[in-house]
Design a binder for this molecule. Structure first.
Ligand code: ZN
Length: 170
């Protein structure tokens, strides 16, 4: 995690509050800040948030939230939450597809497939792309898959409990 600390740069100056107009937004470091990234619970080890000294309004910079997104992605890779490069290559081969064909099947760029299958990858699939590939894998393994049940189970693994209706179109 040393690498992340080096990248960490608190706001260089304070600014007037955009909400109350009276207070000053001060850069504040919060340890273990609980938030959601793409809807999933995530704890940022060291978050830099602007907090108004009058109304308490919280201001987030785009740069800081981007950093959280990157930390989130790294955490997923670290705990193998996404299909690994080898698993993706294997899935593609089971389908008998070239990288180009697999890209067309998934509706992604050829570049993405190259990135995802690279053993030293810097770019992992998005959660959405990972889910589609897992669905394909499940379809191959089991012959068929209840898509909604599958997605609900996957969400649960990420700490998200969802209730859905199954209204059939008339
Ligand atoms: Zn304020």
């Amino acid at each position: 995690m040393q690498k992340d600390k080096d990248m960490f740069k608190p706001h260089s100056h304070n600014s007037p509050c955009p909400t109350c107009g009276k207070g000053t937004v001060k850069a504040t470091i919060i340890q273990n800040y609980k938030t959601r990234i793409k809807g999933y619970p995530f704890t940022v080890p060291q978050a830099c948030i602007g907090i108004c000294d009058q109304c308490g309004e919280r201001v987030f910079t785009a740069k800081e939230t981007r950093r959280w997104g990157a930390l989130f992605d790294q955490a997923l890779e670290a705990r193998h939450a996404l299909l690994s490069p080898a698993e993706i290559a294997r899935l593609r081969q089971r389908l008998g597809l070239s990288k180009k064909g697999f890209a067309h099947l998934l509706g992604v760029s050829l570049r993405s497939i190259h990135h995802w299958e690279d053993p030293e990858r810097q770019t992992a699939p998005s959660r959405g792309a990972d889910l589609v590939m897992r669905l394909v894998q499940q379809g191959l393994d089991a012959g068929s898959v209840d898509v909604i049940d599958f997605l609900l189970e996957e969400a649960k693994k990420w700490g998200v409990e969802l209730q859905v209706q199954r209204e059939v179109a008339a």
